[in-house]
Design a binder for this molecule. Sequence first.
Ligand code: AMP
Length: 416
Amino acid sequence: MSELQAVRGMHDVLPEELPYWRRLEEVFYVVSSRFGYEEIRTPIVEYAQLYVRSVGEASDIVHKEMYTFADRSGDQLALRPELTAGVVRALVQHGLLQRRSVWRLWYYGPAFRYERPQKGRYRQFHQYGAECFGSPYPESDVDVLLLAITILQQLGITGYEVQLNTLGSTEVRQRYRQALRDYFSSVRLHLSPDSQQRLERNPLRILDSKHPDDQPWIEQAPVVWDFLDAESRSHFEYVHAAIAEVGGTVVLNPRLVRGLDYYTHTVFEFVSPRLGAQNAFGGGGRYDKLVESFGGPSLPAVGFAFGVERLLLLMERPPQEAMVQIYVATTGAVQAAQQVVRLLRGAGYSAVADLQRRSLKTQLRDADRLGATLAVIVGDSEWQRGSVLLRHLRESAQWECALPDLLPHVRQALSR
Ligand code: AMP
């Protein structure tokens, strides 16, 4: 450990990466708005108990990965490991559910999990997600899935699949959980130590295990589809048909359960072979009991989250725009150059001037490096005459221009 390094698993976003982050953020905003989803922002820190209540004590996230700490008054707080719990808390706390029967919300921001860092897995990462509250019907599952798929289209992300499953209604889930517990108990001694532990806490999670010892037993485990009632089955079939119809590659995966305890009915995951071991870049599902468990009304809901760093690994990366349009160079009339740069910025152009009093040649090299299209050269003698030199850096054309004509010349030169 060194205090001069970023904390393990936490990353700086350097300027050269930021254009891609901004592109993502713009797509999140534009597509969510097009679908009628409104943004909500909640604090990064919540009471730790919130996640025990929602994500579940038995989940790996709460059990092993959450950053918890006592503040100075002794309250147990947590850095949020995901954003849904905070969103639901805010809805209930502010009585929003009394105002409207359906809420379409999206969020974006950092989340924290104490996991072993590797490619695509960090201790501080970012999530974009959307939640639709107020409908028990599969149309709303499809609405959030289509929102997710549209975002991927806009980012040029292809070649992924949507893995889809259902955990059925609460009753179905309970019966299935019991069946899994019975089955895995009968082969307990063959399971990995982790899975033996999960057997008590959360037998569904054994299906997520990657441990080689568990695989033959997982393959023979009971399948949730055999436990579905008619309503759970038709809900699932509706969602499957609707996503297949929009041309998504849907793969039905009866062993997909997802790590959080609060899902019922639909669960899904976005998976890309281009990501390596951490191949899931998003996931979600329906959580009809969560709002109620927060002391709110009985309110069905469905939502998903993307891992933003994983989207960044997958998205198209078109060449970046130049940092500045205009470079103001000078052979010594520093104050005059400062005036010109202010004039240009005031007119809405991005412009910089040399700050190191370097030679003209070095300044022009700098202009090239920054990708500027135009240089305005403020020379003493031209300035005395009330003019400056304009140089088009790509066309290597240079001409003198009277100060009052500068802005029209700049506009014309930049539009070439
Ligand atoms: P989850 O709800 O755990 O499935 O998380 C949703 C998405 O967040 C995942 O599909 C990942 O893309 C992303 N994610 C979760 N944990 C991490 C992590 N430790 N580092 C980076 N991304 C993560």
